[in-house]
Design a protein around this ligand. Structure first.
Ligand code: DX5
Ligand code: ZN
Length: 219
């Protein structure tokens, strides 16, 4: 199984975004994780479709993976498609009509993901699992970068991974929050295949060296 590293620009210095994205591209990082926060579903506010569109002008090759931590995901979907976002992950806790939201994402030509807060059971996605390209297991409470990984989530990852295999399903298991060089191998061992990393790539030292260190840790 190939393991993907998804840098979260939430951890980046927004004054240097263009240069930083070029560094990621040069190091063959195929994807950018874009944390959209509305100050309502989570206490923090970040950016939305207009700013993502601006980032699109910096890179046409990278996959744009939008993680929506917002109360009203439906209101953003068509504008995210216009901004050439490739995949959209919505929170199960925020989407009352989750089936309809996922169906809309698919109809707009984007990949689908559902994110689960730490206390939300993995089987919440059971009845829509065949519609999903990704399940995101939050390994911190969403809202801020730089938080500490919650070890209780290791069982959740392995349980979901087992169930996925039993069912013959193909979605990726993504993890997000508090991932560092000391715990990445463990989340992969439990079944995660797409690893979101914010502060451990962007806050401290050279981005290039940090990315290379994560690739080395996965060998
Ligand atoms: C948190 C965001 C994450 C965050 C991860 O709510 O969803 O993507 O940027 O940052 P670190 O890796 O610093 O926990
Ligand atoms: Zn995220």
């Amino acid at each position: 199984m190939s393991i993907k590293i998804s840098p979260s620009i939430l951890g980046a210095n927004f004054c240097n975004l263009e240069q930083d994205i070029k560094v990621l591209e040069k190091n063959s990082v195929p994807v950018l994780h874009l944390d959209v926060m509305d100050g309502h579903f989570v206490p923090n506010i970040t950016f939305g479709p207009d700013q993502i569109k601006m980032l699109r002008s910096v890179t046409s090759a990278m996959e744009f993976d939008a993680h929506l931590m917002v109360t009203d995901a439906d209101a953003l979907l068509s504008r995210l498609a216009e901004a050439k976002v490739d995949s959209v992950t919505v929170h199960a806790e925020a989407c009352v009509h989750l089936y309809r939201t996922l169906d809309t994402i698919k109809k707009l030509g984007m990949k689908t993901g559902v994110a689960l807060n730490p206390a939300t059971p993995a089987d919440t996605i059971k009845h829509v699992a065949s519609m999903l390209d990704r399940v995101l297991i939050m390994t911190v409470e969403p809202g801020f970068g730089g938080q500490k990984f919650i070890p209780l989530m290791l069982d959740k990852i392995s349980g979901l991974s087992r169930w996925k295999q039993e069912q013959g399903l193909t979605f990726d298991i993504q993890v997000d929050g508090g991932i560092n060089l000391a715990n990445i191998a463990e989340v992969v061992r439990q079944g995660a295949s797409d690893i979101v990393i914010g502060s451990s790539i962007f806050s401290g030292g050279s981005i290039e060296k940090n990315v290379q260190a994560f690739y080395a840790a996965l060998k």
